[in-house]
Design a protein around this ligand. Structure first.
Ligand code: NAD
Length: 457
């Protein structure tokens, strides 16, 4: 029997031991989902929607305890766990409002006894392999629209957010989603590998680029729909006409929220030389105000590093930046345990020879680089293999639009950052992935457009 031990990254304490899946149980679960899916697709839309409404009500009812569970297993500060769950309620409302109009059968031609229609048929059985950093968001972005559109879901939460995954299953089943229509798989990468080997109709993955590539290689010959939502190295440029203090406050939050462990965390900042010093000083002042510590305390802003190995990545980036001449203003070291802690870290005088400005940090650490012109900023923002989000701070909307039009990123921001909207598609350029979630496109993605050619006798 496989056992998955769950640890609290903020304290190092073991908080649970769960029975994990193995190749045999994964095959069994996939077969159950396959058998159940046609029945679920035949359930009237209003009933499917009613289940998701009850799921939403369950999240609202249990929000405090769900937030505490998420905080204990991921090290996320409790206020941010609550924010995530509250934010998910709005996303569910969007899906409930839009799934029917965006997947209704369309008649595209009707003349002389000939009718042509596009039906949005469910994909069938989909696998959802998820990340730990926003377990309710990244899971819900997939399984809520997938279930509404008639799919069965094999959901593998991250091994660092498994208890939250089990809570999702409990609430979905309580809400009336049949047990074989939403099934969780417990375990790490080996369970993800076993899941890929099953007969599935789509795989929706959120996680690192390295894992995404492995999945793409394994799934290629199976010819099933594959979506990969991967990492980023998201840049922002602060123009010479921006307010340096306001921009610094906004971007410090964008870089450090969720302890910098967001796919769309601000990871690189470029500031025009005219306001560079004022910006760096205001940025460091803001970061000094962030409270680090007890993840269950309401005023804690910086929590634990969820995965212990990431601390080595942060140490490496810090050492490399220092060795190449960057100026360290604050932090730059791991904090004493127990648990996994890293001090909020700010570097200036950085450049693209440094790993800090090239590879995803996924922690509370940031480099701020001086630039001489808008053209230089655009060139540097695009000097990356990723392309998830990018932003520009300036009071001048037309300047921002002109700059952002040249940047290769799935989402672009003017005077804001680290923001996701259910109404807009979430996707990336380059190594940030393929496919999308959210928006009406992120509902249709769980369907296949089936072409109907109907001639009257
Ligand atoms: P990860 O790649 O380590 O793990 C993600 C999931 O894949 C886990 O459930 C894991 O068990 C599973 N897995 C591991 N190896 C596997 C394999 N060989 N086959 C199948 N499944 C396997 O990523 P993580 O640490 O959970 O997440 C952090 C990463 O996710 C960051 O790079 C972050 O930027 C990215 N992310 C992206 C988005 C987005 O929307 N683009 C959102 C959240 C997180």
């Amino acid at each position: 029997m496989n056992i998955l031990d769950i640890f609290n990254p903020a304290t190092g304490a073991k908080i649970a031991s769960l029975q994990a899946d193995d190749a045999t149980s994964v095959t069994d679960k996939a077969a159950r989902a396959r058998a159940a899916q046609p029945g679920w697709a035949a359930v009237p839309l209003t009933e499917r929607a009613a289940c998701i409404k009850r799921f939403r009500a369950g999240i609202e009812r249990d929000l405090q305890s769900l937030a505490a569970t998420m905080t204990r297993e991921t090290g996320k500060p409790i206020q941010m766990s609550r924010n995530e769950l509250n934010g998910l309620l709005g996303r569910i409302d969007f899906f409930l409002a839009k799934f029917e109009p965006s997947t209704a059968t369309e008649t595209v031609f009707n003349d002389a006894g000939m009718t042509e229609q596009i039906e949005h048929a469910p994909l069938g059985v989909i696998a959802n392999i998820s990340a730990w950093n926003y377990p309710w968001f990244v899971g819900g972005n997939v399984y809520v629209p997938a279930l509404l559109t008639g799919n069965a879901v094999l959901y593998k939460p991250s091994e660092y957010a498994t208890q939250s995954g089990l809570e999702m299953a409990r609430l979905l089943h309580e809400a009336g989603i049949p047990r074989d229509v939403f099934i969780t798989l417990i375990g790490g990468g080996d369970v993800g590998v076993a899941l890929q080997a099953q007969r599935i109709d789509g795989l929706f993955f959120t996680g690192s680029h390295a894992t995404g590539v492995k999945i793409a290689q394994a799934l290629g010959p199976k010819l099933v729909k594959l979506q990969l939502e991967l990492g980023g190295k998201d840049p922002t440029y602060v123009c010479d006409d921006a307010n340096p203090v306001a921009a610094a406050a906004s971007l410090a939050d964008g870089a450090m929220y969720n302890t910098g462990q967001s796919c769309c965390s601000v990871e690189r900042i470029y500031v025009h030389e005219k306001i560079y010093d004022a910006f760096v000083s205001a940025f460091v002042d803001t970061v000094k105000g962030f409270k680090v510590g007890d993840t269950l305390a309401d005023d804690t802003y910086i929590g634990a590093i969820t995965r212990a190995p990431q601390i080595d990545v942060l140490d490496r980036q810090v050492a490399d930046a220092k060795a190449r001449g960057a100026r360290l203003h604050i932090g730059g070291e791991r904090l004493p345990g127990p648990g996994n802690w890293y001090a909020p870290t700010v570097f200036s005088d950085v450049d693209h020879t440094m790993e800090l400005m090239r590879e995803e940090s996924f922690g509370p650490i940031i480099g701020i680089q001086k630039v001489a012109s808008d053209a230089d900023a655009v060139q540097l923002m695009n000097d990356t293999r990723y392309g998830l989000t990018a932003g520009v701070y300036t009071p001048d909307e037309s300047r921002a639009r002109k700059l952002l039009a040249q940047v290769n990123a799935g989402s672009v921001y003017w005077n804001c950052c680290d923001r996701v909207s259910p109404r807009l598609p979430w996707s990336g350029y380059g190594d940030s992935g393929v496919g999308l979630t959210l928006s009406t496109y992120g509902i249709q993605t769980f369907t296949r457009p089936k072409a109907w050619h109907l001639r009257q006798p």
